[in-house]
Design a protein around this ligand. Structure first.
Ligand code: ACO
Length: 454
């Protein structure tokens, strides 16, 4: 067979002349992968790819992104179609099970999520252990990890039924925990979930009602929030999902793995961007000051970046950002309100997308450039923005975790490194480093102890 017909890649070590062939693994869409699992055995070298810029860490059937064209699909369905025709819970079913549900299947799933939204009463004491002013993300990381201590009846990670129960528990309980974290920060009693409300209505009610104040859910708010949940539901191998997979690859339980993912989501380069965007827009304060901030974002000596701009995968408009921007427009129009920071955001986008720096680097608004405008209009406080992202992404994390656990090619995730530290050093005795002979800080007896038998 001529070389050009073989589905392999040949790597040549130009120093030694060694040539080795590696198979190409094709997917259904998107770039193929070179299977370099045998690279170290064959050539005694690792690949070097900090940040996984060219490395596929797994194969997956869940979400597809074409970053050049701005395409996002869940299980093959374009996100725009799902946003138009379905709701978040239907998308949860799709992500978990691979196909849209029939009415019976959806009824069963809906019932399952709705009736598992209450958390164990003991969890309230756990939440009370946090400082009154703790960031709700700090509470979420801790409490979700602690779920494994409450629900250890179904933690056999190899049991398909246990996997499903944990998935349902996480999706059902996450809004309850998130709202409880908020209520705790206000010093108000935690509000119980209601089985007769839909997912987003229930969340809003737990956030904003109190024993003394009835809360009428604004249907428009519930609908827009549901859309935001749907658009954040999964995004293939991003930093938090990869963290969930990596933590889970050690066979840790799903609550511990998802808690690790929440930690990874928190940073402003990832899910924390929604909070950072609004802080940035508030700081800009006036469209007149936009050029000043754009100049700072372009200055290599200034660590400031335009929050909500740029993406590792999208080199085109993030399709979610367009939908969120349109939803923000609709929401403000229908509520007959205006938000000065929305005006600043729209103008900032215009200016940046005409600027050669952003155009040449293909930096476009990402999903979180406009999501904060919606959260603000609904009345969600700033420190809850990333928590809402975590609530929505839980289904993606758990779907990806299940796929990883069930993957026959699964192994523990364990990256290698190119070591650049000292080659070898012999121990320098304390007296040669200026210690007093009778210094009590060094372990007593250590200078005379002999641990090595050789
Ligand atoms: N503002 C100004 N310059 C930027 C921005 C930005 N927001 N984003 C990237 N750049 C520049 C970088 O300085 C770099 O320039 P250089 O090539 O001259 O060094 C170039 O664009 C490429 O950026 P990288 O950081 O190498 O791209 P990477 O893929 O590693 O980072 C990231 C992607 C983290 C999202 C980045 O664009 C960023 O920090 N954006 C702002 C934070 C943000 O919005 N995060 C949310 C992402 S979406 C999500 O997680 C939900």
């Amino acid at each position: 067979m001529p070389d050009s017909h073989r589905k392999t890649v040949t790597i040549i070590n130009n120093e030694t002349g060694q040539r080795e062939e590696f198979p190409i693994i094709g997917g259904t869409r998107g770039p193929a992968g070179v299977d370099i699992r045998q690279l170290y055995q064959k050539m005694g070298m690792f690949t070097y790819d900090p940040g996984f810029k060219s490395t596929a860490s797994c194969s997956s059937e869940i979400t597809f992104i074409d970053g050049e064209k701005g395409v996002l699909q869940y299980r093959g369905y374009p996100v725009e179609q799902l946003a138009e025709h379905t709701c978040y819970l239907e998308v949860c079913y799709l992500l978990l099970n691979g196909e849209l549900p029939t009415e019976t299947e959806f009824g069963h799933f809906h019932n399952m999520i709705t009736t598992h939204s209450m958390v164990n009463e003991g969890l309230k004491d756990f939440i009370r252990g946090f400082r009154y002013d703790a960031h709700p993300m700090a509470i979420l990381v801790g409490v979700v990890g602690a779920l494994s201590s409450f629900y250890h009846d179904s933690l056999d990670i190899h049991d398909l039924r246990h996997q499903e129960i944990s998935a349902h528990r996480l999706i059902a309980k996450m809004p309850t925990i998130a709202a409880a974290a908020y209520k705790y920060s206000l010093g108000q009693p935690i509000v119980y979930p209601s089985n007769d409300l839909c997912y987003s209505e229930n969340f809003l009610t737990m956030m904003f009602s109190s024993p003394t104040q009835r809360y009428e859910v604004n249907p428009l708010h519930a609908r827009v929030l549901d859309l935001l949940f749907l658009l954040h539901a999964d995004h293939e191998q991003n930093a938090s999902t990869s963290t969930v997979r990596l933590a889970g690859s050690s066979l840790a339980n799903p609550f511990a793995a998802v808690s690790a993912g929440i930690g990874a989501l928190w940073g402003p380069a990832h899910g924390g961007a929604n909070e950072a965007v609004v802080r940035m827009l508030e700081e800009i304060g006036d469209v007149k000051r936009i050029p000043e901030f754009v100049a700072r974002a372009k200055d290599r000596n200034d660590p400031f970046r335009l929050n909500g701009f740029g993406h590792r995968v999208y080199k085109n408009y993030d399709p979610r950002a367009r939908l969120v921007r349109d939803a923000a427009h609709d929401l403000l129009e229908q509520s007959k309100t205006s938000d000065p920071i929305f005006e600043i955001a729209l103008r900032l986008e215009e200016i940046a997308l005409e600027d050669d720096y952003f155009v040449s680097k293909k930096l476009y608004p990402n999903v979180d450039f406009y999501s904060g405008i919606i959260y603000r209009e609904i009345g969600i406080p700033l420190n809850m923005f990333t928590v809402l992202f975590a609530v929505a992404r839980t289904v993606g994390w758990i779907a990806q975790w299940r796929e990883m656990i069930q993957d026959p090619e699964r192994v523990i995730g364990r990256p290698r490194q190119v070591y650049k530290g000292p080659e070898h050093k012999d121990y320098t005795p304390t007296e040669e480093r200026g210690f007093h002979a009778n210094c009590q800080r060094v372990c007593p007896g250590r200078p005379t102890a002999k641990w090595s038998r050789s």
